[in-house]
Design a protein around this ligand. Structure first.
Ligand SMILES: Nc1ncnc2c1ncn2[C@@H]1O[C@H](COP(=O)(O)OP(=O)(O)OP(=O)(O)O)[C@@H](O)[C@H]1O
Ligand SMILES: [Mg+2]
Length: 536
């Protein structure tokens, strides 16, 4: 049983969690939801013991495992070991195997009966350990997980350091599922999975024996694999609990506006109640002064966190200006081939992109979509072929996994570097992406997943590019931000090349062309391809 009691967390003056309490029973499957920046990841880190809360307690079941939203940056996976050992280390199976091997060697080397006897006893114990840890079908279980998550080409005997960033992220998930703990703590695990792997994971989670606490913006997942919704309310900073799936939650809560209204009323009532208590305490004079002060502080905090009228601050309105237009031919790709050693990713890809065109690249995980984008940008060398970028093309690139951001920088520095001569515009654009007040001095490494994405997009807007190259730009965004970015891009009058399998986003983009990977065929877009897009 997971039991969270009275957790409080503030980052400086910013309240994130206010007296959060809930439980997740053995075998229960809970989805933790909330807007970008609500504090979901912070809460999960506190539960997993990777972050301290200001107060409160966490009681965990015997075994648990945690996967961070930002594995690529947070948990550098040891380089030298084999994939097998890395996975096995989650249960201690790697050590058990080493012990077993050592004891067999000792038996062989035993000098007399007495020593042999001791070694045999130890050997038997080591053997028991192997059995308990499921040694005999361990390889097969690993391979199933690897296949399920579409980690094609990753064999158990490969060295971890040879894997790509995306593959390492998935491998971390494989390791966790292999461990099969009493409680799984997952922070947006489907962000870097294609639809097939996501489907597989949903099924896996549905039939998982242990308890699950999962953060996700994936409505499908929330509708299928869980049995209760925990909503982290961004206004009250408390967790609300709803039985059933996400659809249930929506029916119970009604639309977002109603929810805000409801929150507001509840908060006002609470403030009223606290005021009365505070007044009562006043009568006791000095003896109750510290109690009264703490109540007054709470009133103040509540007043501050009261929902704005429909949260006008949350409705980002962005337009994507183009500084100047490019030539008619924006990009010409001729005979592009890419191999890593013997492994061929794609070959003989030819296409041309004209000014104002919107091209969406479609293909399964591992089909080489990101690699293709990176070769267009000359970030990854081609094995053969040529990319010609037209004159006056001003490029904006949104990279998957926020690799374009310097985590040590502050928000204002990072954005200011794009347009150093016009800090006024920098501040104004940051504001429209919801970085206001002191938030601009926050260090990028501490931003939430959605906030990092918003910053990366803000930087792009500041630069005024006429060609956007976007790699899964909506992954970390909550539903509202996704729509806003989608709308902004739909009125953009530059050229777009994008990789995405977010079908809503594709509707906004309204592409004219699809490039099918890995074969490299281009087709005119029409809604018949939606199914294909979703599968990719
Ligand atoms: N060390 C820190 N210092 C200051 N602010 C922080 C720090 N760490 C996190 N925050 C802020 O706390 C808030 C909650 O962050 P958290 O990562 O928990 O959000 P989240 O709900 O997981 O959001 P997302 O959906 O975008 O992943 C964010 O606004 C974030 O910027
Ligand atoms: Mg998060």
């Amino acid at each position: 049983m997971l039991q969270i009691n009275h957790i409080h967390l503030a980052y400086g003056p910013r309240m994130v969690l206010d007296d959060v309490s809930f439980t997740v029973a053995p075998g229960e499957k809970a989805g933790l939801i909330g807007v970008n920046g609500a504090g979901k990841s912070s809460l999960l880190k506190i539960i997993a013991g990777f972050q301290e809360s200001d107060s409160g307690t966490v009681m965990l079941p015997r075994s648990y495992g945690y996967l961070s939203q930002d594995v690529a940056h947070e948990a550098p996976i040891a380089g030298g070991e084999l994939v097998r050992d890395f996975i096995f280390s989650s249960t201690g199976l790697d050590k058990a195997i080493a012990a077993y091997e050592e004891h067999s060697a000792r038996i062989a080397a035993a000098q007399d009966d007495g020593e042999l006897e001791t070694q045999l006893t130890r050997f038997a114990l080591a053997q028991d350990a192997l059995e308990r840890l499921g040694y005999y079908d361990a390889d097969a279980r690993c391979e199933q997980l690897i296949a399920g998550l579409n980690l094609g080409g990753v064999t158990l005997d490969r060295t971890v350091s040879t894997l790509s960033g995306g593959q390492k992220t998935k491998l971390a998930l494989v390791r966790l599922l292999f461990q099969s703990p009493d409680l799984l703590l997952l922070d947006e695990p489907t962000n870097f999975l294609d639809v097939e792997a996501t489907g597989w994971l949903m099924e896996f989670l549905e039939s998982y024996q242990g308890a699950i606490l999962i953060i996700s913006h994936d409505i499908d997942l929330l509708d299928r694999s869980i049995t209760k919704i925990l909503r982290l309310n961004e206004f009250t900073h408390k967790v609300e609990e709803y039985r059933g799936t996400y659809s249930n939650y929506l029916t119970i809560t009604g639309d977002a506006l109603a929810l805000i209204e409801k929150t507001r009323r509840l908060q006002e009532r609470e403030i009223e109640r606290l005021r009365k208590t505070s007044q009562k305490l006043r009568k006791f004079g000095a003896t109750r002064v510290s109690q009264r002060n703490s109540i007054d502080r709470r009133i103040e905090a509540l007043e501050k966190s009261k929902p704005q009228q429909v949260q006008s601050s949350r409705s980002i309105k962005i337009d994507f200006p183009v500084r100047y237009a490019s030539e008619r031919t924006v990009l010409l790709a001729e005979g592009l081939c890419k191999s890593y050693g013997k492994r061929q990713i794609f070959r003989d890809i030819n296409f041309q992109v004209e000014r104002g065109q919107r091209l969406v690249i479609v293909g399964l995980n591992g089909a080489g979509k990101t690699t293709l984008l990176r070769t267009l940008l000359d970030l990854t060398p081609l094995t053969a072929g040529d990319v010609v970028i037209g004159d006056r093309v001003r490029l904006g690139y949104y990279a998957q996994e926020n690799e374009g951001l310097n985590y040590d920088n502050t928000v204002i520095h990072e954005a200011g570097d794009v347009l150093p001569d016009n800090m006024k515009r920098v501040r104004s654009i940051l504001g429209r992406f919801l970085f206001t007040g002191d938030r601009v001095f926050q260090q990028i490494g501490t931003l939430s997943g959605g906030e990092k994405t918003r910053l990366a997009l803000a930087k792009m807007v500041l630069d005024g590019p006429n060609l956007l190259i976007l790699d899964e730009p909506t992954t970390h965004l909550d539903v509202m931000s996704r729509n806003i970015i989608g709308e902004a891009l739909s009125s953009y009058n530059g050229t777009i090349i994008a990789v995405t399998h977010d079908i809503e986003f594709v509707r906004h983009l309204n592409p004219d062309t699809l490039l099918l990977m890995p074969e490299g065929r281009t087709v005119l877009y029409d809604t018949r391809y939606d199914e294909l897009l979703e599968r990719a």
